[in-house]
Design a protein around this ligand. Structure first.
Ligand code: GLP
Length: 259
């Protein structure tokens, strides 16, 4: 695992955007796995700048988002569909036919249908040749996508119940009204994520430091789903100083860019 420690959120974002843009420049028909949350916003901002000022071309890129809340229509301002449109897609030249985000309109009681839908999502990823790069944020409890602690490390796209901590962490996006925070989500599995050729995990802020330490220093456990990236052949972790503040400096492939 390559660990890069940057001074702050902005530097972290620029570095991560550089890795994404290199992937797209090397292979214009790249398949990108995308993430939501506050962590990737700076990366998207920089990719938009690269598109506008440097002509970074997304016209042949295919995208697959990690997850979506169940119960939110694409037009809901807190849906990940809406987030992706507003934070990235509407500012770049990605072809909307190549955009994939799990549907949030599933009926939680119709388990068979959800199961079939998740199978279809996985098939689309395979048909696209698998992901070249998966961008990931991390939850304070070590979750990736919505793979909460205890998730099977081999799991594929499926429905998950959100933990109380994740719902509380995300309540700020729902006027701090817990009744409005969805209880379920569809998420790519840890197994799906691990098949991406590059896994690029970003984390910023002191509240992520514990999760980052457990991710990097192990043990690998389903209780910290992100810890599985230790097994990935090309995992890149870009964190800011605060998120990396609990890391020991004994790691071989650590690059710091701090003054
Ligand atoms: C949600 C998303 C994750 C994201 C996490 C952290 O749970 N499903 O993909 O990594 O939030 O979000 P943030 O980056 O806002 O801290």
């Amino acid at each position: 695992m390559l660990i890069v420690i940057k001074k702050n959120y902005e530097e972290m974002s620029l570095e991560a955007a550089r890795v994404v843009s290199e992937t797209v420049r090397e292979k214009p028909s790249s398949v990108l796995g995308l993430a939501t949350g506050s962590s990737p916003l700076g990366v998207y901002k920089e990719l938009i700048r690269m598109h506008k000022e440097e002509g970074l071309d997304f016209s042949k890129v295919t995208t697959f988002n990690l997850d979506e809340y169940i119960g939110l229509a694409p037009s809901h301002p807190q849906s990940y569909h809406y987030f992706m449109q507003e934070s990235l897609f509407k500012y770049i030249n990605v072809d909307e036919r190549f955009i994939h985000i799990p549907s949030g309109m599933a009926d939680v009681n119709d388990v068979n249908r959800i199961h079939r839908y998740c199978g279809w999502y996985e098939e689309q990823i395979s048909k696209g040749g698998g992901m070249d790069l998966q961008l990931l944020g991390i939850g304070a409890n070590g979750h990736i996508g919505f793979n909460e602690p205890g998730s099977s490390l081999g799991a594929r796209t499926r429905i998950k119940t959100l933990t109380q901590q994740t719902r509380e962490d995300n309540a700020r996006f729902f006027n701090n009204d817990m009744n409005k925070v969805p209880k379920y989500a569809i998420t790519m599995g840890v197994g799906t994520i691990m098949e991406s050729r590059i896994v690029l995990l970003i984390a910023s802020g002191r509240q992520k430091a514990e999760a980052v330490k457990k991710t990097v220093e192990g043990p690998i456990t389903a209780m910290v789903p992100a810890s599985i990236v230790q097994m990935h052949r090309k995992a890149i972790l870009i964190v800011d100083e605060e998120a990396g503040s609990l890391l020991g400096l004994q790691h071989e492939q650590i690059v710091t860019d701090l003054e």
